[in-house]
Design a protein around this ligand. Structure first.
Ligand SMILES: [Zn+2]
Length: 140
């Protein structure tokens, strides 16, 4: 007879394989993305004298975001968890979270996340191919 309910552990394993997991820096654990809400660009600084600011400058602060292709600093909230705001560095191309950090902490150095492109191959030079699996190294 087939069981009516699957074991819970199987459900968790399937969720981890199919759902984006985000680590909350306060709860210190990875949770499904459904528990989180994006709160826009991180590290926006409100002017200390909004009254003296021009309408154009205030509109730029309020509405315009950088939205770069690639690494971006975002503010997130663990809305169905601890409820706290935190910041994350996410690659908008791969949708991969590179790091998360608590609100108020300085922005991390992004150079540590930038993948260096492979060295260019000179004309006439063969790119070094990986040996096939099981292939023996040539004796020199
Ligand atoms: Zn949390």
């Amino acid at each position: 007879m087939k069981p009516l309910l699957r074991p819970l552990r199987t459900d968790i394993q399937e969720t981890r394989q199919t759902m984006l997991l985000i680590k909350c820096p306060y709860c210190d654990e990875e949770r499904p993305e459904l528990e989180f809400r994006n709160a826009g660009e991180a590290h926006l600084v409100r002017s200390s004298s909004i009254v003296e600011q021009s309408d154009d400058d205030f509109a730029a602060f309020l509405y315009f975001r950088q939205n770069p292709k690639g690494l971006q600093f975002e503010r997130w909230r663990h809305i169905h968890g601890c409820g706290r705001f935190f910041n994350a560095v996410r690659d908008s191309v791969s949708d991969k979270f590179l790091t998360v950090y608590k609100a108020g902490e300085p922005r991390p150095n992004v150079e540590q996340f930038v993948v260096q492109p492979a060295a260019p191959v000179e004309p006439g030079e063969e790119p070094q191919a990986k040996p096939a699996r099981g292939a023996k190294k040539a004796e020199v």
